[in-house]
Design a protein around this ligand. Structure first.
Ligand code: F6R
Length: 352
């Protein structure tokens, strides 16, 4: 049942601390600062190609960034494109990210890769799913069953699992910081669930013409995910962009009736550039909601702030997404939408 929550989506949003703990349990040794993902640790890929759809594609974009940061060439592909125009694979490991393990486009892409002799890995939530059975390897995200059509806790768990995969199969200079940020993640998520101002934001902007989401680096896939969730359950126009792309076209859509959600953490060059993009938006009188840890001066140009703790940017991406899930959920609730079963959508898409 819904354990007292009005919708499965809200229940599943609140299950994220537990889902993340389950994903990390036994796989992270905090004392030694190492990750244990069993046999998968021996994969040592020289290249990684991710294939996925929808929310799982956004997780795949995060995963590809992780491997590139570890010096391993990596790219995320939309499964529906990859299946019909399979790129050269070389000796890359092909990773299908699929919550259900049954998405037809993703299964086709994985089959195309296997036909070309690639090793394949399924990152999935469902033990015994088609993807898990057909791939050479499986990494389970252990989020528990997800009933709401909109993916929520499984996205957080996918990001955590992909961090484990990257840490377990490659080496980066800041592995210890990442592991410590992962360890803090369930508690940080709980703080956001307890304190987020998302509902107020939803109330203020429920009549907006459209919603835009921007971010750089690890925050770009979250911007895309924020927009997907918003359109999926509110039926309102929403778009996510890499922050730098705003001025190359989408800025023409920005008005005083289109709130812009900007994810900005840290105070490095990336953050400063996104703050620059926020200033462009503010100059056009669009309301700005900053999702920030307060290290940059973005809040000076923002109408509202959704607060994040200071942590590794990879973990901050998971946390920013919690606020955005809540904004979408509360907006959809105010608009009286059928949140757990949005029109025209199915939980698992078994046709190409
Ligand atoms: C969005 C959503 C879909 C799925 C997509 C892939 O909330 O749920 O975009 O992410 O259909 O599904 P899986 O991960 O089962 O392959």
């Amino acid at each position: 049942g819904k354990s007292g929550y009005e919708h499965y989506m809200l229940k599943e949003i609140h299950e994220q601390p537990r889902a993340l703990r389950q994903c990390l349990r036994g796989r992270v040794d905090e004392l030694s600062g190492t990750v244990d993902i069993g046999d998968l640790g021996d994969l040592s890929p020289t290249g990684v190609q991710f294939v996925a759809c929808g929310t799982s594609y956004h997780a795949a974009l995060h995963g590809a960034q992780l491997f590139r940061e570890a010096g391993i060439p990596s790219q995320a592909f939309l499964a529906s494109e990859y299946a019909t125009a399979t790129p050269p694979i070389g000796d890359a490991l092909v990773v299908g990210v699929t919550q259900s393990g049954e998405t037809a486009d993703t299964l086709s892409a994985l089959r195309a890769a296997r036909r070309r002799g690639a090793r394949t890995l399924a990152v999935t939530n469902v033990v015994g799913s088609t993807a898990a059975r057909e791939c050479d390897h499986a990494l389970y995200i252990r989020a528990g069953p997800e009933i709401g059509v909109a993916a929520t806790k499984t996205f957080a768990s996918q990001l955590a699992a992909l961090n484990l995969l990257a840490l377990g199969t490659s080496s980066t200079g800041d592995a210890r910081q990442v592991i410590s940020a992962l360890r803090d993640l369930p508690g940080h998520v709980q703080e956001i669930l307890d304190e987020s101002a998302a509902q107020e934001i939803a109330e203020i902007y429920q009549d907006a013409d459209a919603y835009f989401f921007i971010g750089r680096g690890y925050h770009e896939p979250v911007a895309l995910e924020g927009a997907l969730k918003m359109k999926e359950i509110t039926y309102k126009h929403a778009e996510g962009f890499a922050a730098g792309e705003l001025k190359h076209g989408p800025l023409a859509l920005v008005t005083e009736n289109t709130p812009v959600f900007a994810i900005v953490t840290g105070d490095d060059e990336r953050a400063r550039k996104t703050v620059g993009n926020v200033k462009e938006v503010e100059a056009r009188d669009a309301p700005v909601v900053a999702i920030t840890d307060g290290q940059s001066d973005v809040s000076r140009y923002a109408d509202h702030v959704l607060e994040l703790p200071e942590t590794h940017p990879r973990a901050a991406a998971v946390l920013a997404n919690i606020h955005l899930q809540l904004v979408s959920y509360h907006t959809a609730a105010l608009l009286g939408r059928n949140i757990d079963k949005p029109r025209n959508l199915a939980k698992s898409v078994t046709v190409e």
